[in-house]
Design a protein around this ligand. Structure first.
Ligand code: NDP
Length: 279
């Protein structure tokens, strides 16, 4: 019976998330991508470039941003610019957003993707680290979204936030990170509803990612999990599609929708599903 129920859910899920994405819908749109000097953000920049978008990328490392910019030019970006910014500095989220709007003359997609550095391991009782990670991973997202909302209202644009399975299922060894992603899901989930109440033009898409094979993730999780890592380029495309088709919540890989359902129904199975190791 259980197998039948999950099979039914799987069929309904694939129908629910059938691919309606039209790459042409991205051509000429104005996009700001945070955390685009490496990893998934870098891959998103390349996809948006191929689709002919006008792009601003941001992160802290200038040289890395320059390299991504050059590649985006070759891939066919209509416009590509970079601006450095440190999201641990409370002034930078709004400064970066202001720069983008000045350069692009508006905004269609605000893609919030950056993530601060944190160690994988048992929590070391450092509350200051949690506080500073909250600024980078959560408060800066809120600041940018708040500053962008009036502009996105004009363009009928979208906010895309890159979240994690660790923001849906409390995850040991990444306790500070997990808490920032729970905060993000809570805030942007509630914001979706408030925008609907106000009949806003702006959509909010929350992308839940499983383990993705970025260099930083692979380096950190070694020895902690047996979970399969999925390609960053595919994850990036999934995020772009979720935003373009105005999906409220999207999962990559898709079956993590089921992981979350199973976690809600049978929480005792979570450790098994997560592939965590603590032997
Ligand atoms: P990376 O570590 O590869 O990239 C992180 C990006 O954030 C870099 O461009 C980095 O650039 C930037 N960044 C880090 N700190 C700051 C800061 N203080 N200010 C501004 N920018 C900063 O991460 P991933 O690509 O792996 O992850 C991208 C997103 O996907 C994150 O939100 C992450 O939580 C989410 N995710 C990733 C998973 C994975 O397995 N990889 C799983 C689930 C979710 P720079 O150093 O130049 O500032």
């Amino acid at each position: 019976v259980l197998f039948g129920v999950f099979l039914l859910i799987a069929v309904l899920t694939s129908l629910m998330w059938r691919d309606t994405f039209d790459p042409e819908s991205i051509r000429g749109t104005r996009v700001l991508i945070t955390g685009a000097s490496s990893g998934i953000g870098e891959q998103m920049a390349y996809h948006y470039a191929k689709f002919g978008a006008e792009i601003v990328i941001t992160a802290r490392r200038l040289e890395a941003l320059k390299k991504v910019t050059q590649k985006c030019e070759k891939l066919g970006a209509k416009k590509i610019m970079y601006v450095t910014g440190d999201m641990s500095d409370p002034a930078d989220p709004e400064r970066v957003l202001k720069y983008t709007i000045e350069k692009l003359g508006g905004l269609d997609f605000l893609v919030l993707n950056h993530v601060g550095n944190t160690n994988v391991g048992l929590w070391n009782r450092d509350a200051d680290h949690v506080r500073s990670l909250m600024q980078v991973n959560f408060v800066s997202y809120v600041q940018m979204a708040g500053a962008a909302l009036p502009v996105l209202e004009t363009s009928g644009g979208s906010i895309i936030v890159v979240s994690s399975l660790a923001g849906k299922i409390a995850s040991p060894f990444v306790t500070p990170y997990s808490s920032t992603k729970f905060a993000m899901n809570g805030f942007f989930g509630a914001l979706q509803k408030e925008l609907a109440i106000q009949k806003s033009n702006v959509s909010v898409s929350i992308q839940i990612l499983g383990l993705i094979d970025t260099e930083s993730a692979m380096r950190k999780i070694r020895g902690y999990t047996t979970m399969t890592a999925y390609p960053a380029s595919e994850a990036a495309l999934s995020i772009i599609k979720a935003g373009a088709t105005r999906q409220k919540v999207a999962f990559y890989p898709w079956f993590h929708y089921l992981t979350c359902l199973i976690n809600d129904i049978f929480p005792f199975l979570t450790d098994l599903l997560s592939g965590l190791r603590w032997d």
